[in-house]
Ligand binder design. Structure first.
Ligand code: PGA
Length: 265
């Protein structure tokens, strides 16, 4: 795979963290810290909680992004446009903000909130229909890994979504491989192991779409990335960036992660 042609992504999944004030403070420090070194060879995505999207998008619209490829995304989305779905957020509501991405299928959504592959497919379709780029998470649990089911689990998680995307002729999606046992545990997968799995995912994309799409699609690793290990993941042939939880909450660490990605691009 020609790695150099795929622009790296450094994505911050803040989960249920940060108020509006904390979000604006983080973003203003981020812009300040990257002011003289725009790192325009990487894409930065921030996924704040829903409640902070208005503050984040208003703040970023009022500031010059100074050559940064900085995007906002939502951490989840329901697939219907409106209706009796208490507690849910629709694509129409998200369109009020300046968002490019929607994170879908995160393992916390699958495992804590019971989201199924079918529901995730509906959400992915709706996201695309409404002009968002889906960042789709896949990954196996510890139990599945111990039973050596990783490839089969990922094949199933990927194929339903890939078929739907193929039907819509939408090729500009992003995938994140996040082994559930590595998320928030401080125990990441090894870079080689993550690369191996990501190569398989790329092959699934190749068989669903074409070798050309497989060569272009960005696939990230996520799970206990920090400033000490990110570089090793990025040096692998098929890993195009990271989806970062804990380490993305601290602006100094996040800036280091961005600079690391820029330096290996
Ligand atoms: P982590 O979370 O970096 O805290 O492991 C990653 C994620 O859940 O996206």
């Amino acid at each position: 795979m020609e790695k150099a042609k795929r622009k790296k992504i450094v994505a911050a999944n803040w989960k249920m963290n940060k108020t509006c004030a904390e979000t604006v403070s983080f973003l203003s420090k981020l812009l300040y810290m990257l002011e003289d070194e725009p790192q325009d060879n990487v894409e930065i995505i921030i996924f704040p909680p829903f409640t902070a999207l208005r503050s984040a998008s208003t703040f970023l619209q009022s500031e010059s992004k100074k050559g940064l490829n900085l995007y906002l995304g939502a951490q989840n989305m329901f697939y219907k446009e409106s209706g009796a779905y208490t507690g849910e957020i629709s694509p129409i509501m998200l369109k009020e903000f300046d968002l490019k991405f929607v994170l879908l299928g995160h393992s916390e959504r699958r495992n804590i909130f019971g989201e199924t592959d079918d529901l995730i497919v509906q959400k992915v379709k709706s996201a695309v229909e409404h002009g968002f780029t889906p960042l789709i998470c896949v990954g196996e649990t510890l139990e599945q890994r111990e039973k050596k089911e990783t490839e089969e689990v990922l094949r199933k998680q990927c194929l339903s979504v890939l078929e739907a995307l193929k039907e819509m002729q939408f090729e500009d999606f992003v995938i994140a491989y996040e082994p559930v046992w590595a998320i928030g545990t401080g125990i990441p997968a090894s870079p080689e192991e993550a690369n191996d799995v990501i190569r398989h995912i790329r092959a699934f994309v190749g068989s669903a779409f074409s070798p050309e799409v497989a060569r272009k699609v960005r696939i990230l690793y996520g799970g206990s990335i920090d400033t000490s290990n990110f570089r090793d993941f990025l040096l692998e042939s098929d890993i195009d960036g990271g989806l970062i939880g804990t380490a993305s909450l601290d602006v100094e660490k996040f800036v280091k992660l961005i600079k690391t990605a820029a330096s290996v691009s």
